[in-house]
Design a binder for this molecule. Structure first.
Ligand SMILES: *[C@@H]1O[C@H](CO)[C@@H](O)[C@H](O)[C@H]1NC(C)=O
Ligand SMILES: *[C@@H]1O[C@H](CO)[C@@H](O)[C@H](O)[C@H]1NC(C)=O
Ligand SMILES: *[C@@H]1O[C@H](CO)[C@@H](O)[C@H](O)[C@H]1NC(C)=O
Ligand SMILES: *[C@@H]1O[C@H](CO)[C@@H](O)[C@H](O)[C@H]1NC(C)=O
Ligand SMILES: *[C@@H]1O[C@H](CO)[C@@H](O)[C@H](O)[C@H]1NC(C)=O
Ligand SMILES: *[C@@H]1O[C@H](CO)[C@@H](O)[C@H](O)[C@H]1NC(C)=O
Ligand SMILES: *[C@@H]1O[C@H](CO)[C@@H](O)[C@H](O)[C@H]1NC(C)=O
Ligand SMILES: *[C@@H]1O[C@H](CO)[C@@H](O)[C@H](O)[C@H]1NC(C)=O
Ligand SMILES: *[C@@H]1O[C@H](CO)[C@@H](O)[C@H](O)[C@H]1NC(C)=O
Ligand SMILES: *[C@@H]1O[C@H](CO)[C@@H](O)[C@H](O)[C@H]1NC(C)=O
Ligand SMILES: *[C@@H]1O[C@H](CO)[C@@H](O)[C@H](O)[C@H]1NC(C)=O
Length: 811
């Protein structure tokens, strides 16, 4: 039996000496990483360029100091000791919606110790983990990539197993007709093997510069086409004649086997290339059946016209058999084979025009210190500093907000900005920008926030822009200072914000913002923390006013100095044990963010254990939301509350743990017991993962926050008549019925877009598994945008910050 043994390994190159020939390399991108010069490689004739224009950062390293390699590309590499992720950005001439071969090569070089291990990404998607078992061989990762963007980003991601590096990066345009599979996906190369030869074939025998490697074969005979055989017509895959003119057939057997074990759970796509290379006598016939994992594929009788068979399947082991038929006088033949795994690239990159603007801005202002690498928006975790993107736009991520405040920009406002058509917020404040404020800013339809203060623009400001801004008319009538101050106040409002204490305590509803702030500063001052029982008696005036009662004990109103407080006394029969009590006190004491911190002190005096919180008589959020009061919280107000709360949590998730992390302490707590003091950790808020893992994480807070957000949106409690709010909302979302989710008491007074966004954000927060939940930072950003959109929608004006331009009048 003839066995063709295939050992799965990464394609290892044996670069043989090849004849140099002038040929068309148009569209090729051949980068010698770490090289300082451009040159033509002896042998292949490939023109390599240095990686200067493709990457920022990293350190070039010259291996030839130790040993000079004949293949020059292996003499240098670029390594990346600094950033977690570094990207080469390629812009192929043919642009998007084309198929490209992308090949990254890694050669570490002997005697340099243990090679690193790191991840390779294409755009936002994982491609491979680069693993180098032997530093003296070249390791190649190759992909046939169908692009949907003009930009291709190949990124090296540090996974804490050594500094990533790269030796060369090559891009070759393919014809779009090549390697079509059922779905428009990319293909990751496993093997590409040419049988019956000792010579690696690549450019320019293969005009697409595929590298046809050499398999290990046993008990086979090589057959080569003689001059008398002329192979006809290329297959769709355009396999080069040089590859097709050699083949193998079995010795003393009627079968050829090709086997490998899957290393990926992805679907495998196999291309088998066949052509007859021998001259057959009239009484000879070559005919064989092909089986893929035992499944009959078909009967083939290769001619001098090239045939390519595409197979696909999903299996842990693979066995391809070519078996001679009874009628055949000759054994089977195999010329070449390619094995790929199918890769569905999931994340769409930034819109090309938006990306082009960002690359333009980066070069116009020489912004090399911001680590702007790879795609501007995608993946979200590596989005460029200063950008906020809309990831829900159809087709591609769009840039929504650009903040280049205090980035040392000089010169004029880049005209490229006119192409950021979905921009709704632009902050160019505190730079050295000069020249005219361009008119096109007024033509950006979505732009609702523009901050140009702290620059040195020439007058006048375009009348169109002033007309579009709320203060334009006032400004031209001379009340500059005051009106501009007013606008600034509007702009800063979301930041100053009211103070929201999530679940434990209180929500200040009607106090003016200024006051609220001052209040929190007073609360900030260090306070006495431990109280004796007799002090507690005096604080609560002998427990005169009970304001709440739960499984843990009772809550009383009291006062410490001018501060209204709530005193929670642990009952002796409480299900909250002493340990939990200590934990709660400890948690609350560790909390630094005073806007949420509500601990005034605690009492641990013999059998009397109690916790003293801030208490504000205006009532808590729940009362305003649920208790059928006549003044319904407006949609905008709800968004603002969500936004402020997210901000608070984002800045101090510790604080948040104090709120929700305490869920552990109140396993039997019932929401209905909470009146003025709503105890956190009621069942409905608790991260479902906690039940299985017993651990609360940062993402548990995100879950709890999501529930709070849903309460805000729906006006329903976390658990209503036994129905969990999360399930309730999810079922309505599935029906696409957002209107039904929003609190009916709003009577339709809300914007459907911000409503969708709010619901979407909340739903993301309450994903069952914590990894799927966004970070608190993302949530805060999303909500901020909702608030801004809602505000602008209501005002119908653009917020324009022109401080420092007050003396400039439109003409
Ligand atoms: C290498 O070639 C690129 C483009 O072909 C060019 O921009 C660059 O200046 C060249 N570098 C050197 C060092 O000649
Ligand atoms: C190509 O070969 C010649 C002669 O051996 C040598 O001088 C030259 O440096 C080589 N060029 C490269 C790029 O390796
Ligand atoms: C491969 O190389 C070996 C030794 O150089 C030679 O004997 C053999 O004929 C070659 N095989 C082919 C198919 O070229
Ligand atoms: C093939 O079979 C013949 C006769 O049975 C034998 O002499 C020869 O050694 C075999 N060759 C191989 C490579 O097994
Ligand atoms: C596949 O895996 C099996 C079991 O681990 C092993 O026996 C076999 O040699 C492997 N095949 C290949 C081609 O690596
Ligand atoms: C073998 O050849 C005969 C005559 O050419 C034909 O009738 C028969 O179908 C063939 N059998 C197979 C299995 O192809
Ligand atoms: C990505 O873009 C394609 C079209 O270019 C579109 O059909 C698809 O829905 C987009 N995917 C996402 C997740 O937006
Ligand atoms: C822009 O960033 C600066 C800090 O870098 C921040 O102070 C400012 O509020 C941001 N602007 C907007 C509109 O978010
Ligand atoms: C603006 O330019 C002036 C003079 O060129 C320079 O002194 C100043 O530091 C610059 N300011 C900023 C914020 O870059
Ligand atoms: C805006 O985009 C269009 C089309 O993508 C392009 O032709 C134009 O040059 C761009 N304008 C600027 C100022 O970059
Ligand atoms: C503003 O620009 C003018 C000239 O356009 C220059 O004379 C002046 O020094 C600049 N002011 C600042 C603060 O950079």
């Amino acid at each position: 039996m003839t066995v063709l043994r295939v050992i799965f390994s990464i394609l290892v190159l044996h670069v043989a000496c090849m004849i140099y020939a002038q040929n068309d390399q148009s569209g090729f991108i051949s980068i010698d990483c770490g090289s300082e010069s451009n040159y033509t490689q002896n042998g292949t004739g490939i023109n390599y360029v240095s990686d200067d224009g493709f990457i920022e950062g990293g350190e070039s390293y010259d291996l030839s100091r130790i040993r000079n390699y004949r293949t020059r590309v292996y003499n240098t590499l670029r390594s990346f000791p600094q950033n977690e992720r570094n990207c080469y950005t390629l812009r192929p001439q043919k642009g998007k919606n084309n198929r490209y071969l992308i090949r990254a090569m890694f050669f570490y070089g002997e005697s340099r110790g243990q090679p690193p291990q790191f991840d390779l990404h294409i755009g936002a998607d994982y491609w491979a983990t680069v693993y180098i078992s032997d530093p003296s061989i070249y390791v190649v990762y190759e992909m046939l990539h169908l692009t949907s963007s003009d930009y291709i980003h190949v990124c090296l991601v540090n996974t804490a197993r050594g500094d990533p590096f790269i030796t060369s990066l090559e891009l070759r345009p393919l014809d779009i007709t090549m390697y079509k599979q059922r779905s428009p996906s990319s293909l990751i190369l496993n093997y590409r093997q040419n049988f019956g030869t000792n010579e690696t074939v690549r450019y320019d025998d293969d005009k697409y510069d595929r590298i046809w490697g050499l398999p290990n074969v046993v008990r086979v005979r090589a057959v080569q086409a003689s001059d008398a055989v002329s192979l006809k017509s290329f297959s769709e895959e355009q396999v080069p004649l040089k590859v097709m003119s050699t083949a193998i057939t079995p010795i003393n057997s009627t079968e050829l086997y090709y086997r490998w074990n899957a290393t990926s759970i992805d679907e495998y796509i196999i291309y088998v290339h066949l052509a007859e290379v021998e001259i057959l006598e009239s009484n000879q016939k070559r005919e064989f059946n092909i089986y893929n994992n035992g499944i009959f594929i078909g009967t083939f009788s290769p001619s001098t016209s090239i045939t390519t068979i595409m197979l696909s399947s999903n299996s842990p082991t693979y066995e391809l058999i070519l078996r001679q038929t009874l009628n055949s006088t000759l054994p089977p033949i195999l010329n070449a084979i390619e094995v790929y795994t199918l890769k569905q690239l999931l994340q769409n990159q930034t819109d090309d025009q938006d990306a082009a603007v960002m690359w333009g801005i980066k070069s116009t202002y020489g912004l090399t210190n911001l680590n702007w690498q790879g795609d501007p928006c995608v993946p979200q975790q590596y989005a460029w500093v200063g950008l906020y993107c809309n990831y829900n736009a159809p087709r591609a991520a769009r840039i929504r907000s650009l903040n280049l405040s205090s980035r040392g920009l000089s010169g004029e406002i880049a005209t490229a900005l006119a192409n950021l058509t979905m921009l709704d917020s632009l902050d160019l404040s505190n730079n050295n920008l000069t020249g005219n404020v361009p008119k096109f800013l007024a033509e950006l339809d979505s732009l609702t926030f523009l901050n140009l203060m702290g620059n040195n623009f020439t007058r006048p400001i375009p009348a169109e822009l002033l007309a579009k801004s709320k203060n334009g008319i006032e400004e031209s009538s001379g009340e500059d200072k005051s009106s501009s101050t007013r606008i600034i106040a509007v702009i800063l409002a979301p930041i100053i914000a009211c103070i929201v204490v999530l679940s434990i305590i209180v929500f200040i509803m009607k106090q003016p913002r200024k006051k609220a702030l001052i209040k929190s500063e007073e609360v900030l001052t260090p306070r006495k923390q431990q109280f004796t029982y007799s002090e507690v008696l005096s604080i609560t005036n002998n427990f005169q006013k009970e304001i709440g009662r739960g499984g843990f004990g009772r809550v009383f109103q009291g006062s410490v100095g001018d501060n209204q407080v709530a005193v929670k006394m642990l009952s002796e029969s409480s299900s909250q044990g002493y340990k939990e009590f200590q934990a709660e006190v400890k948690l609350l004491m560790e909390v630094r963010h005073t806007n949420i911190t509500s601990l005034v002190g605690y009492c641990d005096d013999n059998n009397h254990k109690g916790i003293i919180y801030d208490f504000m008589a205006n009532g808590n959020l729940g009362e305003h939301l649920f208790d059928g009061r006549p003044n319904v919280l407006s949609w905008e107000r709800r968004l603002q509350i969500g936004c402020d709360a997210a901000d608070e949590m984002n800045e101090g998730f510790q604080a948040k743990l104090a709120d929700f992390g305490l869920s552990r302490a109140y396993p039997t707590e019932d929401a209905s017991h909470a009146s003025s003091v709503k105890v956190a950790g009621t069942i409905g808020y608790l991260d479902p993962e906690y039940h299985s893992t017993g651990r609360l994480t940062e993402k548990s807070d995100v879950y709890s926050f999501g529930v709070l957000l849903l309460e805000l949106i729906t006006g329903r409690r976390a658990i209503t008549e036994g129905v969990n709010i999360v399930n309730w909302v999810q079922s309505l979302v599935e029906e696409g019925n957002v209107e039904a989710i929003i609190d009916s008491r709003l009577e339709g007074h809300f914007d459907i877009n911000t409503a969708w966004k709010g619901v979407e954000t909340a739903i993301a927060c309450v994903c069952l598994t914590s990894v799927e939940r966004p970070t608190m930072n993302d949530v805060a950003m999303d909500l901020k945008h909702c608030v801004q959109t809602e505000k602008t929608r209501q005002s119908g004006y653009m917020s324009l910050n022109l401080e420092g331009l007050n003396d400039l009048k439109p003409r």
